[in-house]
Design a protein around this ligand. Structure first.
Ligand code: GLC
Length: 439
């Protein structure tokens, strides 16, 4: 699209300032698949027909849904924005759409589930994000493709040959218009996903009419951030996405440094490998691992979007709540090392990461060493050092060849600052030393 949008769009670094400061968000995958309780892709994985999938719709009744409680759990975990699946690949909508009756308002529950969540989370101080699936296995004009539940059903494919993806795109654009019109300010739009060239009836920007779609988002909510899954590229102005979305991986470094600027990135992560509620899954990540993922991400200049798959009754189950509480206990004491922090130009010692916020350099110690940590290039640059969790001083030593008590430090490269550490690590998931740099 070369047309200039009606409303001028602020530069990406201005629009994304809240996002790259917040650093930590809540992803929520919730839908009728939560009632099946075995992954959000079950309709495709098990090749279920519409009829076979229908019981989950007919029995979806989240009687314990309490978004105020969700907001409290997420806030206490240290999260400051959320992204909720307004519609997933199965086509089921958590919002009351005028364009379909395949929504939560048409289940026994009978209500729009997005509005109360937006209200509760916004009131608590969260930024609002909507996930919307570009894929739709329910829509009558969505052509069967390589991911569709009926991909191996020759008769079904034959019978649906006349489907018109343009009509489906009209529906998709109409629903995005509803989402960006009926819920007040929306800060972020998270589309999922494009797969041009992957095989049978693969779809991407041409089928979704992505250029038109992103223009619509920017017209309705000029401040909005849009992710990279529309297949339009990223970080090159309003016609492209605003951030990248590595999924279930820890990238080796900052993802997008090109054209002299760093385009935001956000790693989306699960608690147990599944996005939707998955009752029998045993792959729960311990809180310590989640904390390490978060700080590793921020040390590389990224955000982490951590997912919870609520149950069919509308609750975060006890395992999810325990994971959030574990991260929250660390975040309570270490927030300054995450919020508003990012990459540092200093190179950390082995088994450590740095995050930095202005003149505060945070040394995150992943594996506790015996007695000393040697920090390259920091001699003469640190005014004060302390543990972040309790503000107790951490003593510093700068090697002086003339000092007879420094004999044991011999051989350290020039410019090294040494920290004297207690033998026993502080009782937190990852200890952090706050180094206050001289101006
Ligand atoms: C994937 C999956 C999906 C999940 C998403 C989150 O693309 O299709 O189930 O919603 O990733 O990033």
């Amino acid at each position: 699209m070369t047309e200039t949008p009606a409303t001028p769009i602020a530069p990406l670094d201005e629009r994304a300032a809240w996002f790259t400061a917040d650093r930590f968000g809540l992803f929520v995958h919730w839908g009728v698949y939560s009632a099946a309780a075995r992954h959000e892709w079950i309709r495709s994985r098990e090749k279920l027909t519409e009829e076979q999938y229908q019981p989950y719709f007919e029995h979806f009744d989240p009687d314990l849904y309490d978004p105020v409680r969700w907001a409290e759990d997420a806030w206490n975990a240290g999260m400051r924005y959320f992204v909720i699946t307004t519609k997933h690949h199965d086509g089921f909508c958590l919002f009351d759409s005028a364009l379909t009756d395949y929504t939560s308002a048409d289940t026994p529950h009978g209500r729009d589930l997005i509005a109360p969540m937006v209200e509760a989370f916004r009131a608590r101080g969260f930024k609002v994000g909507f996930y919307y699936s570009l894929i739709d296995w329910h829509h009558p004009e969505f052509p069967v493709d390589l991911y569709h539940p009926q991909r191996d059903d020759a008769d079904y494919i034959k019978a649906t040959e006349g489907r018109d993806v343009t009509k489906y795109a009209d529906y998709l654009h109409g629903q995005v218009r509803e989402l960006l019109t009926n819920y007040g300010r929306v800060d972020l739009m998270w589309f999922d996903f494009s797969y041009s060239g992957r095989g049978f009836n693969a779809k991407g920007a041409p089928e979704w009419r992505s250029a038109e779609l992103i223009a619509l988002c920017r017209e309705l909510q000029p401040h909005i951030l849009v992710n990279n899954r529309l297949e339009l590229g990223v970080g090159e102005g309003p016609d492209t996405g605003d951030f990248t979305t590595p999924e279930q991986v820890q990238p080796p470094g900052h993802e997008n440094e090109f054209a002299g600027s760093a385009v935001p990135w956000e790693a989306c992560q699960t608690l147990n490998g599944s996005w939707g509620y998955d009752r029998d899954n045993l792959d729960w990540k311990p809180p310590g691992m989640l904390v390490r993922m978060l700080l590793d991400t921020v040390s590389k200049g990224g955000n982490m979007l951590l997912n919870v798959g609520p149950t069919g009754r509308g609750e975060f189950d006890p395992r999810a709540r325990a994971a959030l509480a574990g991260v929250g206990e660390w975040m309570r004491l270490h927030e300054p090392a995450i919020r508003g922090a990012g990459r540092s130009a200093f190179v950390p010692p082995a088994d450590c990461r740095y995050t930095q916020r202005g003149n505060r350099l945070y040394l995150q110690v992943l594996s506790w060493p015996m007695k000393h940590l040697h920090l390259a290039g920091l001699a003469g640059k640190v005014a004060y050092a302390r543990f972040l969790h309790d503000h107790s001083e951490v003593k510093r030593v700068e090697y002086d060849p003339k000092n007879p008590f420094h004999n044991h430090l011999k051989g350290l490269p020039e410019g090294t600052l040494t920290l004297s550490l207690p033998m026993v690590a502080p009782a937190v998931e990852v200890p952090v030393v706050e180094l206050i740099l001289k101006d």
